[in-house]
Design a protein around this ligand. Sequence first.
Ligand SMILES: [Zn+2]
Length: 434
Amino acid sequence: MIDWKDKREFWIMGARIADPSAERMRVGSVCVQRGAITEIVWQKSVDTDLPVLEAERFVLAPGFVDVHAHLREPGYEEKETIETGTAAAAAGGYTAVLCMANTNPAIDDPSVVEYLARRASLVGNCRLYIAGALTKGLGGEIVNEYGLLKHAGVSALSDDGRWVTNSQTMRTALEYAGQHGLPVISHCEDSFLAQSALMNEGYHSTRLGLRGEPAAAEEIAVSRDIMLAALTGAHLHVAHVSTAGSVDLIRRAKKRGVRVTAEATPHHLTLDDSLLESYDTNLKVQPPLRGRKDIDALRAGLLDGTIDCVATDHAPHTEIDKDVEFDEAPPGMIGLETAFAQLHTRLVKTGVVDLLDLVRFLTVRPAEALELPGGCIKKEAPADLVLIDPEEEWTFDRALIRSRSKNTPLVGAAFTGRVQGIFLEGKWRSAIMG
Ligand SMILES: [Zn+2]
């Protein structure tokens, strides 16, 4: 644990700096003054009168940016709040999160947007970006007043949790969103094909006797939305891509010049549907965990840029919600606090991607995909940074969880690589309790 009393002006010295715009990591030192990066030098140390944080053991990266989190406030504060959700984000190395609109009331009115922005700045754990609902009450029929939502401060529009089944509504939504310069994040899942499905349709669903959801449920939705993005010229962002077929559709759409970006979650990148043998309801997610072939396609898509970024789809549910029969449990798992460690352990340590690539997928690529600030290390930029010990071995203990909900299958998992804390505008927040 780093013992660092908060200071306004200081140097972080000798860290390996993971600057996503660079080809490789280099040892350097960074000066932080009044919340901004004022100097970057490629030396282990510099002469200075300012306080120094010795960071030779660590990697210094831009603070992570999550473009998909459910923070549940207002309406489901028993699952998560802006306070606990952003605390979980900060503990996971995130300096910014985008919260989804499926709250109660939904984020479909400027007053809700203003309330959330105020809550987040009062709490001050990390930056909050807000997705406004695409349709009134997420009903899928009446398109919201995007001009008013944008004016109130939304960064994107989404009915995430549901797909807009009415193609005319989706066309209108994309057209209006395009006029207001807002990306549309689509939860691509044909609700009729996915109805009452509990897991991926395949060998394991047959063996377990659980109703399966075919890959086609997602791919039909991705296809239609790509066609409507092409028709309208609007920016479509495909949430939580989970199948090889979707990766292929997005790759081909990008080649034709359609304005489409996409994300994949840490769980879809690392966990497969054979794990459902345990009937652990924390493994029930939407879209469901898929097979090995899909996981390989997602990883290849991230590496070739088809999938722009990693997003957590952090989806808290209480123990009472999840401690039920498998078919009764709501879908979703929390992910903000384990995203980096899980991906570092399963993708970097196994040689699938290198650490600098992983940092890109968590920083500059999500920021660019959703046109948000941040995700880089440069002079004059806000000092939103994360300090990582890539060698620390640790076990994810339930007692460590800052989220209000504990629904993750990763309790007890052994990780290599640990977020030590973040600097948010230069202000240190330890990720490690004690
Ligand atoms: Zn979703």
